[in-house]
Design a protein around this ligand. Structure first.
Ligand SMILES: *Cc1c(COP(=O)(O)O)cnc(C)c1O
Length: 296
């Protein structure tokens, strides 16, 4: 698959003699957006080969993974079950309306039960309730996801630095595995458990050419600041590239800050992976009265 890559032009980049490119995985598919398309690819193939007819997965109420899985299931003729963290709200948010419209059967788990989501005990309970299913872990972190993510980098992606947003670490791990040893993979976590992330990436990757940059979280997972919102809105006006508020917006703000602070050597070539996730902006707009770019 040839994915569109665009060069970003800005005075600061010219000043610092840095070439910044963005790889638009957000354009891969309207509803199985960004890295989720890659992470689901081999899970779908595996579920078919195991002759399963149902996909079951977990997520928060605004989860890009849940939205993408619901559509991928429909597209491939699977039934789907979404196990949602927390209590049911009587009004569904746009993510859950979308998942439901794809036929996803939504069930809610209290936060304390949700914490047990990957235990044998809970999975047996789910089997009793729903019968047989193909399980995709929360956020889609498994070997199939990593295999899919290793197809994100293509032959021409030879830049010195590859930047990606990190949730579970599956995408970053896949990217590391298919990178060449002289490239530097830089992960921008959106959750605070840095040590756990680093351990996951170390365990499943085949190289050590990576680094995490941990100070662009804007306060934590799915937290937003005025500065972030303004950055995303302005970025979309200037470059016509929509970024999301949970992952890619924070990463891009971080990258430009690092450019400004001379983190990257002169004449560096940087590739930013736009991992999609724009459906989440709609929920942010509804909750906080914002005007973030979104895709539906
Ligand atoms: C899910 C998601 C990520 C995180 O991917 P992981 O493989 O879980 O690290 C990054 N960016 C976007 C837009 C996402 O939706």
């Amino acid at each position: 698959m040839k994915i569109k890559t665009e060069q970003i032009s800005l005075p600061i980049l010219k000043d610092k003699e840095i070439n910044l490119y963005i790889k638009r995985l957000d354009l891969v598919h309207q509803h199985v957006s960004g890295n989720k398309w890659y992470k689901l690819k081999y899970n779908i193939i595996e579920a078919k080969s195991q002759l399963k007819d149902t996909l079951l997965t977990f997520g928060g109420a605004y989860s890009n993974h849940l939205a993408a899985t619901s559509f991928a299931a429909k597209l491939n003729g699977f039934k789907s079950i979404g196990i949602i963290r927390g209590e049911k709200n009587h009004q569904l948010n746009p993510t859950l309306i979308f998942a439901k419209s794809n036929g996803m059967d939504l069930h809610y788990l209290s936060r304390s039960d949700y914490r047990k989501k990957h235990t044998e005990e809970l999975i047996l309970k789910l089997n009793k309730k729903f019968g047989d299913f193909y399980l995709i872990p929360e956020g889609g972190l498994n070997a199939q996801a990593i295999q899919g993510a290793s197809e994100i980098l293509e032959k021409n992606d030879v830049q010195d630095f590859i930047c990606c947003a990190v949730g579970t670490g599956a995408t970053m791990t896949g990217i590391i595995n298919s990178s060449s040893a002289n490239q530097n993979i830089i992960g921008f976590p959106v959750v605070k458990d840095f040590e756990r992330l680093e351990n996951i990436v170390k365990e499943y990757s085949n190289k050590r050419n990576f680094k995490f940059i941990n100070n662009y979280l804007c306060g934590g997972y799915a937290k937003i600041t005025n500065k972030l919102v303004d950055f995303i809105v302005d970025f979309n006006i200037i470059h016509k590239i929509p970024l999301d508020a949970v992952y890619t917006g924070k990463m891009m703000m971080g990258i430009l800050d690092l450019v400004n602070k001379d983190y990257f050597p002169k004449r560096s070539n940087i590739l930013v992976i736009h991992s999609g996730g724009l459906q989440g902006n709609q929920g942010m707009n509804n909750r906080f009265g914002l005007n973030l770019p979104h895709d539906f």
